[in-house]
Unconditional design. Structure first.
Length: 428
């Protein structure tokens, strides 16, 4: 009986000791050391040395490890791969694989841009009733056409814009032959027939559908890659204002825009930048892709923001840290300014995701002007420690001072810019 009691007491002491060890800072820091890190050429990763670890086998062409009194520093020298062994009292306790990527930089944006999207086919944004001699009816609704559908073909002919629909409606109404319609719905191809009805008041044939073939708005440029001329902006997908669904883009253009005024944000009511396209409406780039991470395409000219007019290195998601940062954005005319924010939280992501950071505006001037994050600020580049780390994407409706940001590496990926270039070979 006494032996059983003693065994339980000793077991309890050991359990409490193990739990207590987990709260010791050096032990916590040891478990936080990653088993794999990725660095760009010239970057240095510091391993806290609260416990007396040392580095071994890490002076190759790719990586150099140096030890000081309180840290072990891993310096990325040249593109390649190496392994750093951390030792305690001469015994290996952890292997750290180090991938070194070629030095990579992009130009930060911040400029206000106008966006013009041309859709694939024509988008159905609503139904309406046609007043016929027999009563009210919506031919489009009877044909099973839904809001959000995209009309891509009529009678075997591809449809690209609204003006191409009218002649088919008139021909069908006068001949009495229904129109053969091909729709795109999500990832489905749907075929149906639609018979236009004559409006008794206007004496014209109608579909009972509201349709649209383009969209326009404003946003903020995030980055521009000087070598490839590729850019990324907005940081989130452009959705149709009526259907709330992502717009399927055939092509589009971006132009310069000027901020005319600001509708200040408040709790429950996000504010908005009000802007107009530049008077010359000069096209500065195309739009090839509308994705959850923003819009992407090619610029036909270089852009400068007047604040940071030199290429900046980027930070991968695991390199972003909580703490002070800044954003580049326009709040008046076309002048880009730098404003202070705080990275409240950040998630080191191994796979692309649209929400990687929670940010909070701390700059008094920006808060006085806008109340925080407003619509039209999406895409504003986020800079931390001289590196481009991401872009503003969404505002919290109940707290306009705060919102989400997306990590820059996922926007670069969507733009078709390969920061990894080619498979990394083991350094010899």
């Amino acid at each position: 009986m006494k032996k059983e009691f003693l065994r339980r007491v000793i077991g309890g002491i050991l359990l409490v000791s193990l739990i207590a060890i987990g709260f010791i800072k050096p032990v916590q820091e040891y478990f936080l050391i990653p088993s794999q890190i990725t660095l760009f050429e010239g970057q240095v990763y510091h391993v806290s040395n609260s416990i007396p670890v040392s580095a071994n086998g890490s002076n190759s062409k790719s990586v150099k490890a140096e030890q000081s009194e309180d840290t072990v520093s891993i310096e990325a020298k040249k593109q390649g791969q190496d392994n750093v062994v951390l030792e305690l009292a001469g015994l290996p306790i952890k292997n750290v694989d180090v991938n070194v990527l070629k030095d990579f930089k992009v130009m930060p944006g911040g400029q206000s841009i106008g966006v013009k999207l041309n859709t694939v086919g024509v988008l159905v944004v609503g139904h309406h009733q046609v007043q016929t001699l027999e009563g009210k009816v919506s031919p489009g609704e009877l044909a099973g056409i839904k809001v959000g559908d995209i009309i891509t073909e009529i009678n075997g002919k591809s449809i690209e814009k609204m003006s191409e629909v009218g002649p088919f409606v008139k021909q069908s109404g006068e001949s009495g032959k229904p129109m053969k319609i091909v729709l795109k719905r999500e990832n489905e191809k749907i075929e149906t027939t639609l018979e236009p009805k004559k409006d008794k008041h206007e004496n014209t044939f109608k579909l009972g559908l509201y349709i649209r073939d383009s969209a326009a708005g404003i946003g903020t440029m995030t980055f521009f890659h000087p070598e490839s001329k590729k850019y990324g902006a907005l940081g989130h997908v452009i959705s149709d204002m009526d259907t709330k669904k992502p717009i399927v883009v055939e092509d589009g253009q971006i132009v310069r825009s000027t901020v005319t005024s600001i509708e200040k944000g408040a709790n429950g009511d996000p504010g908005e930048k009000l802007a107009r396209f530049s008077e010359d409406r000069e096209v500065i780039g195309n739009i090839k892709r509308n994705s959850p991470y923003g819009i992407f395409g090619d610029l036909n000219q270089s852009l400068k923001n007047g604040i940071v007019d030199k290429p900046l290195p980027i930070a991968l998601s695991h390199q972003v840290k909580e703490g002070p940062a800044q954003i580049l954005t326009v709040v008046e005319n076309d002048e880009v300014n730098l404003f202070d924010i705080e990275i409240v939280s950040t998630i080191p992501q191994k796979f692309p995701a649209t929400k990687g950071m929670v940010i909070k505006v701390t700059d008094k001037k920006l808060l006085d002007k806008t109340g925080g994050i407003v619509q039209g600020m999406s895409g504003s580049p986020i800079i931390q420690d001289g590196k481009l780390i991401g872009a503003v994407t969404h505002v919290f409706v109940n707290d306009p001072t705060s919102g989400y940001g997306v990590h820059i590496e996922w926007m670069l990926n969507e733009a078709g810019i390969d920061i990894y270039e080619k498979p990394i070979q083991k350094a010899s």
